[in-house]
Design a binder for this molecule. Structure first.
Ligand SMILES: Nc1ncnc2c1ncn2[C@@H]1O[C@H](COP(=O)(O)OP(=O)(O)O)[C@@H](O)[C@H]1O
Ligand SMILES: N[C@@H](CCC(=O)OP(=O)(O)O)C(=O)O
Length: 384
């Protein structure tokens, strides 16, 4: 393969990123996992940590590691249950592989796409990942292959990484693979393929460039990487695709320079999030707040604390999108909407009380805010 190289480009600075490492890198020789390319990637992560940055790692490789452990032949162990068993066998090897490079603790986080579609579990996963980052740990995420039931979804860590990037409010999604970046066609099969450095939007014409996986270890090929870039862009997050086998590309990346493909997000992250908050379906319930809370929420920047709540209408679950209203001169105005950290019955019990009392009132606490300011959007022109 003698394809032309991508040009070098400067990147915006970032603070938190999700880095996805594919099986093509960890099991490059088609056998078990090897440190050959993991070392350079770990050095990049360590350099990011030294620069005060946070990294969530999404690492594949469990199936490849499991296969090597039981010496299963690639042509056997192909069914869903067999792959799931191999993933369970190999997952400890994946975590152990990464732990050996770091002094800081490495945390294993196994997620399914279903977990992330369910709002309660989404919130819990988000809180856990935030907590792990606050503790200085390196979260190592993989799909929870043993319980994933959707065969089509199994083995798609590119898409999972994009969802995790939105989950943890990352500034950037980094996808390390075994090729320099996107080409106009798969350069392993098409010698006329030319490098693509910058993608403003993943259009059908871009999708048409993508072929399947290049190695026996890899699964999704370029298509799932483009899907991931599309998902990340919708959340206002840019994606970088680069070659994890290229030590120089990794050193450049640590200096905010890219040799690979940059996928841009048209929206800013805040804008994309606010748009989603404005348009996500509402649960039936509603939280009524006093004039002081209404002012604080209306002018933006404040979270809703239990003290400002005067009542609850209807029912909703923890993680539901609820309307927030206030009463002024006998008229009720809808002033904001946001994701409630507590169910309606819980909000009724803590309404009007201090955040510090939540634990004694409920016997547990999901945090001091009922609606966190990151999960809240004020509806302009009313109530404030
Ligand atoms: N247009 C394209 N540009 C670059 N690579 C492509 C393209 N189409 C298909 N590919 C293939 O995608 C492979 C990377 O995907 P994959 O093997 O699934 O890796 P990973 O395990 O990192 O997810 C490349 O090695 C390449 O063969
Ligand atoms: N979750 C599985 C497969 C993940 C997957 O998407 O593989 P890849 O396309 O190599 O990133 C594993 O750990 O083997």
């Amino acid at each position: 393969m003698t394809a032309r190289r991508h040009s070098e480009q400067e990147l915006p600075r970032w603070r938190r990123a999700v880095l996805k490492v594919g099986s093509s890198l960890l099991a490059a020789n088609g056998g078990g996992l090897s440190t050959r390319y993991a070392l350079g990637l770990a050095e990049f992560i360590a350099a990011s940590h030294r620069a005060g940055r946070e990294v969530v790692l999404v690492s594949s490789g469990a199936v490849a590691a499991g296969r090597a452990l039981v010496r299963a032949q690639p042509e056997t162990a192909h069914g869903l249950a067999a792959r799931q068993a191999l993933a369970a066998l190999g997952q400890t090897t994946v975590v152990a592989l990464w732990q050996r490079f770091f002094d800081r603790p490495v945390a294993q986080v196994l997620l399914t796409h279903d977990d992330l579609r369910n709002r309660r579990r989404y919130l819990n996963a988000r809180a856990t990942l935030r907590e792990l980052l606050a503790l200085g740990a390196l979260p190592v995420v993989n799909e929870n292959d043993t319980v994933a039931v959707d065969e089509l979804k199994l083995g798609d860590n590119d898409n999972l990484a994009a969802i995790v990037a939105a989950l943890v409010d990352a500034d950037l999604l980094l996808i390390a693979t075994d090729i320099d970046g996107l080409y106009s066609a798969n350069p392993r099969t098409d010698p006329t393929a030319v490098p693509v450095d910058d993608v403003a939007a993943v259009t059908p014409a871009i999708f048409a460039m993508a072929g399947g996986a290049g190695s026996s270890a890899g699964t999704g090929g370029m298509r799932t990487k483009l899907e991931a870039a599309t998902k990340a862009a919708a959340a206002g997050i840019g994606t970088l695709l680069f070659n994890g086998t290229d030590a120089q590309a990794l050193r450049l990346l640590a200096q905010d320079r890219l040799r690979g493909t940059r996928f841009r997000a048209a929206e800013t992250r805040l804008h994309a999030r606010k748009y989603w908050l404005r348009h996500a379906p509402l649960a039936g319930g509603c939280i009524r707040v006093d004039a002081g809370a209404a002012r604080a929420l209306g002018s933006g920047g404040a979270s809703l604390l239990p003290g400002g709540i005067v009542g609850v209408r209807g029912e909703f679950a923890r993680g539901d999108m609820v309307e927030i209203e206030t009463e002024q001169q006998d008229q009720v105005f809808s002033i904001a909407r946001g994701i409630s950290q507590y169910a309606a019955a819980e909000v009724r019990r803590i309404a009007g009380r201090k955040s510090a009392e939540i634990e004694s009132l409920l016997g547990y606490s999901y945090g001091e805010t009922v609606v966190h300011r990151d999960d809240l959007v004020a509806l302009s022109g009313v109530g404030a």
